[in-house]
Design a protein around this ligand. Structure first.
Ligand code: NDP
Length: 335
């Protein structure tokens, strides 16, 4: 077997030497355990947080430890009556070809419902993040305007499409023409703008003639600064991610922090951070609605696959700067 461990804690952007690929012999399952073979490894921006040891909502990966991650895995040996050889399961096996589990936290995946990779994508954690953050915090109403960045990505693509289902106007922001064309033409957003365009603020104003009612915050940085002046009274801002800042080495208070707070007051803005697990009780609603929308073609999804566990470090470094075009997956082993 093979695994990827954290070799050192990154300072700023992660670099190849922060990861180490090791060979190991997968252990035999003990009493009550199953041995898993990884098929799909999901790469997600939160992993940058696990590489750091600053205060956060989750414990860091120890230096020398296997990088954490969600996987779609196959049970290849079982001493646990709840799982049979050949079962496909959602697991947190991490960046490795094989893993042991006592069965806790494993969820069986039915391959007849949808391609199994969707269990870590549109029908999994990122889809649920979009669903709960948008509907439970953003609460878009028909005719309102919803803005989301990283709009071609796993979370953002679902946010805009769900906004459309709810009758809102969806404006995406993405890196480059190909992603913007896809967001408009394939995903059906009303408009999509390039965040590297020097005229982003002016173009966003044109794209949102009635102002912005929901800003689903995925990135921070220049996008937030362009959005903020356009927010309407009583706008809602689910704060989901700040990917423009994950590699920052120091925190910067904006010069306009006081002006921002004044607007929070006068416009009665709701700015609320969340972690998808806060909404665990919504899992059933999410799976019911999202699988129906996917089946009906109302929510489309795009996957971006790299081949082999060895590709994971580079793919992850790319994910943090937009090299992915769709949900980033690593195909670790055959389906
Ligand atoms: P994506 O598939 O959207 O990939 C990340 C994308 O971020 C890149 O493709 C890139 O897209 C964009 N990006 C990177 N740097 C910048 C920048 N400086 N300015 C603007 N865009 C940038 O990943 P996910 O859908 O998995 O995650 C999206 C966000 O959701 C992240 O912030 C993540 O941390 C957050 N998240 C939060 C969760 C929670 O529980 N709160 C759970 C899951 C995700 P582009 O080329 O378009 O710029």
């Amino acid at each position: 077997g093979k695994r990827v461990v954290l070799a050192s804690r990154p300072h700023g952007e992660p670099k190849p030497s922060d990861f180490r690929i090791e060979d190991y012999t997968p252990p035999a399952p003990g009493a009550g355990e199953v041995l898993l073979r990884t098929i799909w490894l999901s790469l997600d921006p939160y992993m940058r947080g696990r590489m750091a040891d600053g205060p956060s909502y989750a414990a860091p990966v120890p230096v020398g430890g296997v990088m954490e991650g969600g996987t779609v895995s196959e049970v290849i040996a079982s001493n646990n009556p709840a799982f049979a050889k050949g079962d496909i399961v959602l697991s947190r096996a991490g960046w490795q070809t094989h893993a042991l589990s006592n069965g806790q936290g494993l969820a069986k995946i039915d391959p007849k419902i949808a391609p199994i990779s969707t269990a870590v994508g549109v029908l999994g954690m990122p889809g649920m993040t979009a669903y709960t953050g948008l509907l439970d915090i953003g609460k878009p109403q028909a005719g309102e305007t919803v803005v989301v960045a990283a709009a071609s990505g796993a979370v953002g693509s679902a946010v805009g499409q769900i906004a459309k289902i709810k009758g809102a106007r969806a404006v995406g922001i993405a890196g480059g023409k190909d992603k913007c064309d896809f967001v408009r033409n394939e995903l059906g957003f009303d408009e999509c703008l390039d965040h590297r365009d020097p005229n982003l603020a002016a173009k966003l104003k044109d794209a949102c003639p009635k102002g912005i009612d929901v800003y689903f915050e995925n990135v921070g940085g220049a996008v937030f600064e362009a959005v903020f002046p356009l927010l309407n009274a009583f706008a809602r801002i689910p704060v989901c991610g700040l990917i423009a800042h994950y590699n920052d080495t120091e925190a910067h208070a904006p010069k306009w922090a006081a002006a921002m707070m004044r607007n929070v007051l006068t416009k009665r803005l709701t700015i609320r951070g969340f972690i998808v697990s806060d909404f665990a009780a919504r899992q059933g609603d999410f799976l019911r609605d999202m699988s129906q929308w996917v089946r009906e073609g109302k929510v489309k999804y795009k996957e971006f696959v790299t081949e082999g566990l060895d590709s994971a470090p580079e793919a992850f470094m790319g994910l943090l700067k937009g090299a992915n075009f769709g949900k980033q997956l690593v195909r670790v082993g055959p389906d």
